[in-house]
Design a protein around this ligand. Structure first.
Ligand code: CTP
Length: 397
């Protein structure tokens, strides 16, 4: 049920806008309050009168006048809801969201809001599959915007493929999921993940074998419990966790800056395999082969992100979780590492090649805390993530 939840429903132009009427009806039936906003082109497909009649609320229109501003300014309107739903969302509105344009009421609300956003796109199949729209989709997902649909099928324009607006009932299910409360609802958690790449010169870099699988699984598990997740990732193949605020970085220094910018947070989970060193003097010129000479590299130490945040006077999250990738004396080294860095928990694992853990789907970890070392059985990285997320939820209360 959506009892007393407030939904700001932005309806943009497109033949699928007629389905928004049924969506309003279904949301109202479940007890939600719906404040409709129509773009100028939406008014070509549905009338403000029918929309506001079903919503039993005033329909805000693109051509809103000063009375509206006096009643409820656009900033307040954009923040008064528990969730903003854009259904249907045109390719154009998605593009405007990506570039932060605010040239009408709908796009201004989307730019001014700090409320979670759920987008239900609807457009011609070619427009949906166009690289520009797919780029925009990836960017918006990275900004933490949720999506439902589009579905595949016959389209009003006579073509077939993905682009149909999700059915109202599917959108309602997505709304319920987006508003579902979990034990971590209202908690902000920063997760680092993946390797870092440290440039040697413009074409070469030093990397490590981290796939980002464990960090991504942890971000997903935290999101599933309702947390707001800032996911700071180095270059990893793993698909990004949907619904997280994704910050892509390359180097350890960039990761440090991104984590610092993401504070304050209730918890930090530092699963990234951060390079300990960077190459001194890595510049803009490619190192050329010189007859008979072998180049030598000098290294500088990278900032230790986990230690910096653990020991921060101003920005330390209530719970800081580090990882320890070890090949020898796992528990002894990880126990020392926890004390040295000053984090609360260390998730230690043996990354010797024969374990197949680095880059694999499974993990066997030991959780080290004030209470000692707790051995978890070998399991899928997803299962480790869920167990860790449950522990974090229990700890943060
Ligand atoms: N870490 C970090 N910043 C660094 C290095 C490591 O935040 N510059 C974090 C990792 O994300 C992990 C923990 O510190 O949570 C331990 O990483 P690990 O590579 O095991 O330890 P190191 O500090 O690199 O120590 P060593 O390589 O000597 O084992």
């Amino acid at each position: 049920m959506l009892e007393d939840k407030r939904i700001l429903l932005i309806i943009s132009g497109g033949i699928a806008a007629y389905k928004s009427l049924d969506l309003i009806r279904q949301l109202r039936k479940r007890g939600a309050w719906v404040t409709p906003v129509l773009t100028k082109s939406a008014e070509q497909f549905v009338t403000p009168l029918s929309v506001s009649a079903l919503a039993e609320e005033k329909a805000y229109r693109d051509l809103f006048d000063l009375t509206d501003e006096a009643e409820m300014g656009h900033i307040q309107l954009s923040r008064s809801a528990d969730l903003i739903v854009v259904a249907p969302a045109t390719a154009n509105l998605m593009a405007k969201m990506v570039t932060g344009q605010a040239d009408d009421l709908a796009s201004t609300l989307l730019l001014a809001t700090d409320t979670p956003i759920l987008v239900a796109p609807a457009m011609n199949v070619r427009m949906w599959l166009h690289p520009a729209t797919q780029r925009n989709l990836a960017t918006l997902k990275g900004d933490g915007v949720g999506f439902v649909g589009p579905n595949e099928g016959d389209m009003a324009c006579g073509e077939f493929g993905p682009g149909r607006l999700a059915e109202p009932v599917e959108i309602v299910v997505a709304v319920e999921a987006a508003l579902a409360e979990g034990p971590l609802t209202g908690r902000r958690i920063v997760v680092t993940s993946g390797p870092t790449h440290e440039p040697i010169d413009p074409v070469r870099y030093i990397a490590n074998r981290s796939s980002g699988a464990q960090g991504t699984a942890i971000a997903r598990a935290l999101l599933a419990l309702g947390a707001e997740v800032v996911f700071v990732t180095g270059p990893a193949e793993e698909p990004r966790p949907e619904g997280a605020h994704v910050v892509e970085v390359e180097t350890a220094k960039q990761m440090m800056d991104a984590v610092a910018a993401a504070m304050p947070a209730d918890a930090g989970v530092f699963a990234a395999a951060v390079a300990d060193w960077r190459v001194d003097g890595a510049g803009d010129s490619k190192i050329k082969k010189q007859d008979g000479e072998i180049p030598s590299l000098n290294f500088l130490e990278n900032p230790d992100i986990l230690a910096t945040i653990s020991q921060s006077k101003s920005d330390r999250p209530a719970l800081v979780v580090g990882f320890a990738a070890e090949t020898d004396d796992v528990i002894e080294n990880a126990t020392k590492k926890r004390l040295r860095k000053g984090c609360d928990w260390i998730v230690a694992n043996d990354v010797s090649p024969e374990t197949g853990i680095m880059g694999g789907r499974e993990n066997a970890v030991v959780l080290i805390s004030d209470d000692g070392a707790e051995h978890w059985p070998r399991m899928q990285k997803d299962a480790v993530a869920r167990q860790l997320a449950d522990r974090i939820a229990a700890k943060l209360g």
